[in-house]
Design a protein around this ligand. Structure first.
Ligand code: ADP
Ligand code: BMX
Ligand code: ZN
Length: 291
């Protein structure tokens, strides 16, 4: 069977055809539209999948937000241009005429990354540092989503009670500081208005403010990882997302984590499937549903 896998993030939409051996056959990408109405996202998804779906037999979606009864509910609507909810499975079923499964992006990515790990690892946590900060938790070989789908929303745990407001309505979430949007929002002076990608480039050129902004993100993530270790006793934390995968970022997080007491140390790895972990995790979950 060929799965049309779709990844809906706050910055980019990706789609690919995936075969049963988890090979990516063809991949396309588009920017996520910034619009409070559902029409723009519908239209972008239609453009994205049109060349692919005639060769697929099912659709599997990894999406930012809580996915409840096939509807995307944003915890942080700012990540989606203010869009609060979106009828995700209904939209893709209408476009493609195919059975459609939708899950949270980080939970999907965690599932793919879990399958790429050493067999002895039964407890792992995936963190995406991207537009937001997402989390997926696997305990004893099983993904944990909770009854309402909120389990593993590690980006919305508290990093600093005096920190910036998060789009979820809480002050000082990890996401408000460590995410791509959080990094960009804190930029001042000549970096004001730059996105996280540009700030990483400036840091590489030696810009002191850019280096500090990235350090603040990495430090915040390392403290979250110590909390995650204390909560789950996981054997491994896998980091993905474009910020998480940016050159030098993981090494900074490792340096910050090394400053925490020994009991909170845990193996850190970059996502094996890099930017495709969400796509492949959704495809894998769809395979599991039908086996
Ligand atoms: P999404 O959140 O849509 O899944 P990404 O994982 O690409 O998408 O994350 C988007 C965030 O990552 C944005 O804040 C963007 O500025 C930042 N980003 C994109 N590419 C890079 C890069 N090469 N280095 C650092 N940050 C990046
Ligand atoms: C936010 C939240 C999570 C998501 C995470 C990473 C929304 C719309 N999304 O915390 O569901 O997993 O961002 O998402 O509330 P990404 O867009 O950065 O990949
Ligand atoms: Zn929050």
């Amino acid at each position: 069977m060929t799965t049309l896998a779709i990844d809906i993030g706050g910055t980019k939409l990706a789609a690919a055809l995936v075969d049963d051996a988890l090979n990516l056959l063809e991949r396309r990408e588009l920017p996520t539209p910034a619009s409070k109405t559902t029409d723009a996202l519908c239209a972008a998804l239609q453009t994205l999948v049109e060349p692919l779906y005639p060769r697929a037999t099912r659709v599997a979606i990894a999406s930012t937000g809580i996915i409840r009864d096939g509807v995307l509910l944003a915890i942080n609507p700012l990540n989606l241009g203010g869009l609060l909810n979106f009828p995700l499975t209904k939209t893709l079923e209408a476009i493609t005429g195919l059975p459609t499964l939708a899950v949270n992006d980080a939970q999907a990515a965690a599932w793919a990354e879990y399958h790429a790990l050493h067999d002895d690892y039964r407890d792992m946590v995936f963190l995406t540092v991207s537009t937001g900060v997402g989390g997926g938790v696997i305990i004893n070989g099983k993904p944990i989503a909770g009854t309402g789908g909120l389990a593993g929303y590690l980006g919305h745990t508290l990093a600093d009670p005096n920190g910036p407001m998060c789009g979820c309505g809480r002050r000082g979430c990890v996401e408000a500081i460590a995410s791509g949007r959080g990094i960009a929002a804190a930029a001042e002076g000549e970096l004001a208005g730059c996105d996280a990608k540009t700030i990483f480039i400036r840091a590489g050129q030696g810009d002191e403010q850019a280096i500090q902004l990235i350090h603040r993100s990495a430090q915040t993530l390392a403290r979250l990882i110590a909390d995650v270790k204390a909560t789950t006793d996981c054997q491994c934390v896998v980091i993905g997302g474009s910020v998480g995968l940016a050159e030098g970022y993981l090494a900074r997080v490792e340096t910050c984590l090394a400053q925490e007491p020994a009991v909170y140390q845990v193996t850190l790895q970059s996502a094996h499937y890099r930017h495709d972990a969400g796509l492949l995790g959704a495809a894998l979950l769809a395979q599991g549903e039908q086996s």
